[in-house]
Design a protein around this ligand. Sequence first.
Ligand code: PLP
Ligand code: TYF
Length: 405
Amino acid sequence: RFADVAQAPPDPILGVSEAFRASTSPNKLNLGVGAYRDEDLKPVVLSVVKKAETKIVGRAENKEYLPIEGLDAFRKATVDLLLGAGHPAIQEGRVAVVQSLSGTGSLRVGSAFIARFMKGATVYLSNPTWGNHRNIFGDENVEWKYYRYFDADTVGLDFKGMMEDLTAAPAGSVVLLHGCAHNPTGVDPTAEQWGAIADLCKERNLLPFFDVAYQGFATGDLDKDAFAPRLFVERGLEIVVAQSYSKNLGLYGERVGALVMVLNDKEAATRCLSQLKRLARALYSNPPTWGAKIAAEVVNDKELFDEWKGEMRGMAGRIERVRGELKTALDAKYPDKDWSFITRQIGMFSFTGLTPAQASGGRRVDNMTNKHAVYMTRDGRISLAGLNSAKVDYLANAIVDSVRN
Ligand code: PLP
Ligand code: TYF
């Protein structure tokens, strides 16, 4: 019966971690998965998370199911974080929110909603984008297409191409936008460009669907990193948002996130929430409790919230520092090449351009991994969260060797 089931390909990102674990090289460096590491390259549990957990344990709460839509204190916290506490949309009751299984699960609930209530709509994804976006929409049989995004020549945004492609998208299409710290390129639109994208979405009746996986990780400031979705709402657009606490609270394995719809009409928000619950009921019934309690505890407690902001600045700051050190090392080793893109890019990643389109066929990435034991994704992305000062010189040598040969 199952003899004909074909082997599925390994995930292009998580497969890198598997290969890293299998490597016996003493120099091996894992720059694949986007998960924060400290200067000793060890995973981090934030101090605010430990404090929140102690408080929650002290309350000796039960393990009852949460409601389908999740923990109320968390739902409030997550919308406050996204829009800013006291936002008119919150006061007017036109925000529908379900706690879901981190960013991925929230995106999937959004995808299921599109499949059911926006039949025939196409989702436009940036080229390139986080690889799982294609699975998330494809598995719901939602058609997806690319819009131009990354310009390899400038190592920046192809804003003109993006606007042309979105202008050509049929009215009623969905546009997937990275709220900040675009994965994998680290290239975000400017404030002015965000304004133009918002206006275009309004004019062409496109639904913006924000993937907010790095709020606080781009600039170290939660409010600045929510600039884009807040701007769209300010301009009267209805938006859908998938939020994740994997990176900013370091809750990766706890699966904490939310799917949020900010609408212009309270009654529509009530009905949409009822349908989101209907979808979640069949997908997983109700979300997990522990991580949601932690996130709610941190966001809703002034002292913990302020401490969290400090820890987030610390994480974003460490990444920014190794970014600068890597650029300095590359400038010194290979001064004829312009490495300024490294410090222009934002967030956890650097898109090194080590494999310009199909041209090198991944040859340069192969050299990085096979010769230098630097594990990274084949699109040329490196996670700077996996780098420390001690390894900068080693990495710079590997990059120069791979670019030259
Ligand atoms: N979206 C983007 C762009 C991401 O980079 C990630 C994680 O790397 C996610 C969503 C979702 O991650 P999670 O499901 O752990 O929240
Ligand atoms: O590094 C990235 O881009 C992510 C990381 O369940 C990740 O793909 C890993 C596991 C997961 C979600 C995201």
